[in-house]
Design a binder for this molecule. Structure first.
Ligand SMILES: [Zn+2]
Length: 351
């Protein structure tokens, strides 16, 4: 394992954890306290987060929250084409992190780092120790483990390498406190796709980005259905590798009557899967005064849309947002085909 990472790790005994509280929530809280005191850029990022402007925009049955967050300008406009990425030093490799930056080891492969440009409270990046490309294949179970470890307060997210990850060359996930993510009201209206013991899959009805919603107590079936969805989506969109998508997931305690043993209280996982058609909308590339600098990824598609330029934040309309979501999300026709394919595969996990 790289020594460069070992030197970056903070161990529990260095974290001043509250007595008898070694939960991941407590560790992440302690990491932020330590890093905020030592790393001025993080302290500035957290101050900026406390001052962000929020504006609600109603799109019929959905309500999107706009967040004016000037610190996100670098991420929003990140140049992610292959050549540019190869030529820049990787900002997730330990050799190039700011000198003050430290992290928490998550198992032997991942490190939890504070995000100095947060969109939400306790916003962290969970970085693989190796400089290996961003890809979901074979890692969904790790995401489920992380969601369980960080339950119930946090959600996890994955942005595909061509639709939102600003380091497509270095595998990473993100996590943050879920309370301010406006998913409760936006994803309540849904239609059933598949219902099997231990899992229900549904899809949004009038949300401006068609979304699949998985609720599962059976994590093996959940993994199998996610793999099935990725494969169907890759076929539908002629993607040679991973289809374009963003994911949000979290775990909570399952209802009292769910199966499970007493030592491991059962969990229910929720996954929101946003199939994508494009990375950035046409207004991102337009000339002023039509330009709107918005580059949607998982958090935006979940309903919290980050707008780094103040004038764009004030100008953007419900129609603009509807247009942006429909350009970057999978088209409704394709989405209906995907749903039909999943319905045709019903019960495949029992075969
Ligand atoms: Zn790297």
């Amino acid at each position: 394992m790289s020594r460069a990472w070992e030197e970056r790790l903070l161990r529990d005994e260095e974290l001043a954890l509250p007595a008898a509280d070694a939960t991941w929530r407590a560790r992440v809280d302690a990491l932020f306290r330590e890093q905020c005191a030592r790393w001025p850029a993080l302290a500035r990022g957290l101050e900026a987060l406390a001052r962000v402007l929020i504006r609600e925009v109603s799109l019929g049955s959905a309500t999107l929250l706009l967040q004016h967050n000037p610190l996100r300008l670098t991420s929003t406009t990140a140049i992610v084409d292959e050549e540019a990425v190869q030529q820049r030093p990787c900002f997730l490799c330990p050799e190039h992190l700011p000198v003050e930056e430290r992290g928490l080891a998550y198992g032997h492969e991942y490190v939890i780092l504070c995000n100095p440009y947060p969109i939400l409270e306790q916003h962290v990046t969970i970085v693989h120790r190796a400089h290996t490309p961003q890809a979901l294949g074979g890692r969904f179970d790790v995401l489920l483990d992380m969601a369980a470890a960080l339950s119930p307060d946090f959600f996890l997210l994955y942005n595909g390498p061509k639709c939102g990850a600003s380091a497509p060359d270095h595998l990473h996930f993100q996590a943050a406190v879920r309370a301010r993510l406006p998913i409760g009201r936006n994803f309540a209206e849904r239609q059933l796709v598949v219902s099997e013991p231990g899992i229900t899959i549904s899809h949004t009805v009038s949300y401006p980005a068609p979304t699949l919603i998985y609720r599962a107590t059976d994590r093996q079936r959940l993994s199998a259905w996610i793999a099935e969805t990725l494969s169907a989506l890759a076929n539908l969109t002629d993607s040679p590798g991973e289809p374009m998508l963003n994911l949000i997931l979290f775990a909570e305690a399952a209802p009292a009557n769910a199966p499970g043993d007493q030592r491991h209280p059962p969990l229910v996982w929720t996954v929101l899967l946003f199939p994508r058609a494009r990375h950035r909308p046409s207004c991102f590339f337009a000339e002023e005064p039509k330009r709107l600098l918005i580059s949607p990824a998982a958090i935006d598609l979940a309903g919290l849309v980050v707008v780094p330029i103040r004038e764009h934040f004030e100008r953007i309309t419900a129609e603009d947002l509807r247009g942006i979501f429909s350009e970057v999300a999978l088209s409704l026709e394709r989405f209906d085909e995907l749903v039909a394919q999943l319905r045709a595969h019903r019960n495949f996990t029992q075969i």
